[in-house]
Design a protein around this ligand. Structure first.
Ligand code: SAM
Ligand code: SF4
Length: 469
């Protein structure tokens, strides 16, 4: 049956059940919290009721215990890697009226831009020359005359662009929900992860903040991953826009979506994004969100997600400032953007020429500065794209990730891709900090992985590129 808007009805988000779970978690004691944390240490995830109990805990000592547990889980599964990427905005045309977004159709303050293939290639070259290997392609929900083919051609342009010794090796895409037929075309274009944020899982709030355009259809959006999976895209990225509605509700709703995907397709989301609303030109809502999430609650959200869905990556974007980003790395973040621009043509524009931005960024540092900072903090900046290129996606990735085996592939690949960055793109100071991190990491690796790590890093030092296991 052809997928149409009218036959997509989502029943897996159960508002009453979420409300009941939250209500029953009101009274919790220390022993209950510690019992749940002990369960979380087993890295099998948490039930919604356990998550709700942890949400209600505000005791500083117990919170510290929760953060320590999140650090443990993150370390066991992901080690100290942080995968880097940059967003690539190709167009800010949009027919929707999302009240929080500067790209909304009726916003007259925004300069509209749709990049030509040459401009897309130029932006790509700039990112390659900075040292990026992964991009997240982003667009508003209106395409030029050619329709969705515009996005597919943009993907082709990015993959075929070369600059010096570099290229983009993985493109993830954040574009509006599609039909199964169009998802099949997106898969054929060889995207990595398909990302789409529900914004809010609360129907009433969703209706209030999406006031015109096709995005008004809650069910069409919330069922987008079902169609993506039916089309064979098994790496999907979910997210909500924190600030629109109660964060506790949203986190439990995400849990319901995850359970739905696991039940229906045998695989949950590859990543979870945790954007908070940032100020956006021409949006009153973005300057004063109805349910702002404090920095303290934001940390709680990251730690909670790490414990609840240990094998799902957590993405931290440059919406957040450097200090907030740093504070969340150890709690469970596995991917970060760096050196980002959120306006089409933003990488080529002069420093003060960004009047087409989607929202205000919080971290304005260059990729090189972020790499240096991350390495100085003891994390390995990784540019690895191996899993996707070896077909380790969806359930195959989860099978590998669940027993912790991912460490054996990811740790050596992180070091070789980091070394590639250090030799080809890093400033001298960054190279120094990075090389001593790589040496330290090799030194402390388990013997079985150490040999692989040393071999890959040596190959890069001997001038080979793109080596991975
Ligand atoms: N237009 C498509 C859509 O809405 O699905 C593609 C993605 S849109 C360009 C990327 C994401 O930016 C949205 O899903 C939303 O969560 C986020 N966003 C929009 N306005 C924002 C704001 N003011 N602050 C932070 N994130 C925002
Ligand atoms: Fe358009 Fe997406 Fe912005 Fe909504 S969030 S106005 S759909 S670009």
């Amino acid at each position: 049956m052809k997928t149409t808007r009218s036959n997509q009805q989502a029943t897996f988000i159960d508002e009453a059940k979420i409300a009941a779970t939250l209500a029953s978690a009101r009274a919790c004691d220390a022993s209950q919290v510690r019992e749940i944390l002990a369960k979380a240490r087993e890295m099998k995830g948490l039930a919604a009721s356990d998550m709700a109990t942890l949400m209600e805990n505000n005791d500083p000592g117990l919170l510290e215990e929760m953060y320590a547990t999140a650090r443990h889980v993150k370390d066991e599964i992901y080690g100290n890697r942080l995968v880097l990427f940059a967003p690539l905005y190709i167009s800010n045309l949009c027919h929707n009226e999302c009240l929080y977004c500067a790209f909304r159709a009726r916003n007259k303050e925004l300069l509209r831009r749709t990049l030509t293939p040459e401009e897309i290639a130029n932006e790509t070259s700039i990112l390659i020359e900075q040292g990026h290997k992964r991009v997240l392609l982003v667009s508003g929900e209106s395409y030029p005359e050619e329709g969705f083919d515009y996005v597919l051609k943009a993907i082709e342009t990015v993959y075929s662009t070369r600059s010096g010794r570099g290229e983009i090796r993985r493109i993830n895409a954040n574009v509006a929900p599609l039909s199964v037929e169009d998802y099949k075309r997106l898969k054929a274009a060889k995207i990595g992860t398909y990302q789409c944020f529900q914004e809010t899982y609360h129907r009433g709030t969703y209706a209030a903040v999406h006031v015109a355009g096709t995005k008004r259809d809650f069910d069409w959006r919330v069922t987008c991953f079902d169609r993506a999976m039916q089309a064979g895209i098994d790496d999907v990225g979910i997210g909500v826009l924190f600030g629109l509605y109660d964060w506790k509700y949203e986190v439990l709703a995400m849990k319901q979506e995850i359970e739905h995907l696991e039940g229906a397709f045998g695989v949950g989301p590859h990543t979870i994004s945790v954007p908070r609303i940032e100020p956006a030109v021409g949006s009153t809502l973005a300057y004063a969100p109805a349910h702002p999430v404090s920095d303290g609650d934001f940390k709680k959200i990251v730690a909670l997600l790490r414990l609840a869905v240990p094998y799902t990556g957590i993405i931290m974007s440059t919406r957040e400032n450097a200090a907030t980003r740093r504070a969340t790395f150890e709690l469970g973040v596995s991917q970060i953007s760096a050196g980002s621009r959120c306006d089409p043509g933003g990488y080529a524009a002069s420093a003060d020429g960004h009047n087409s931005e989607q929202f205000q960024l919080g971290d304005h540092r260059s990729l090189d500065e972020v790499v240096r900072d991350v390495a100085a903090l003891g994390y390995t900046p990784s540019f690895c794209t191996a899993c996707y290129r070896l077909g380790r996606t969806g359930a195959d990735f989860m099978d590998l990730a669940k027993p912790g085996l991912i460490k054996h592939h990811c740790a050596p690949n992180a070091l070789s891709s980091c070394m590639e960055y250090l030799l080809d793109y890093a400033k001298p100071e960054t190279r120094k900090v990075g090389e001593s991190l790589v040496a330290r990491e090799l030194e402390t690796m388990e013997p079985s992985v150490q040999e692989i790590g040393r071999r890959l890093v040596t190959e890069v030092q001997e001038d080979k590129r793109d080596v991975y296991v």
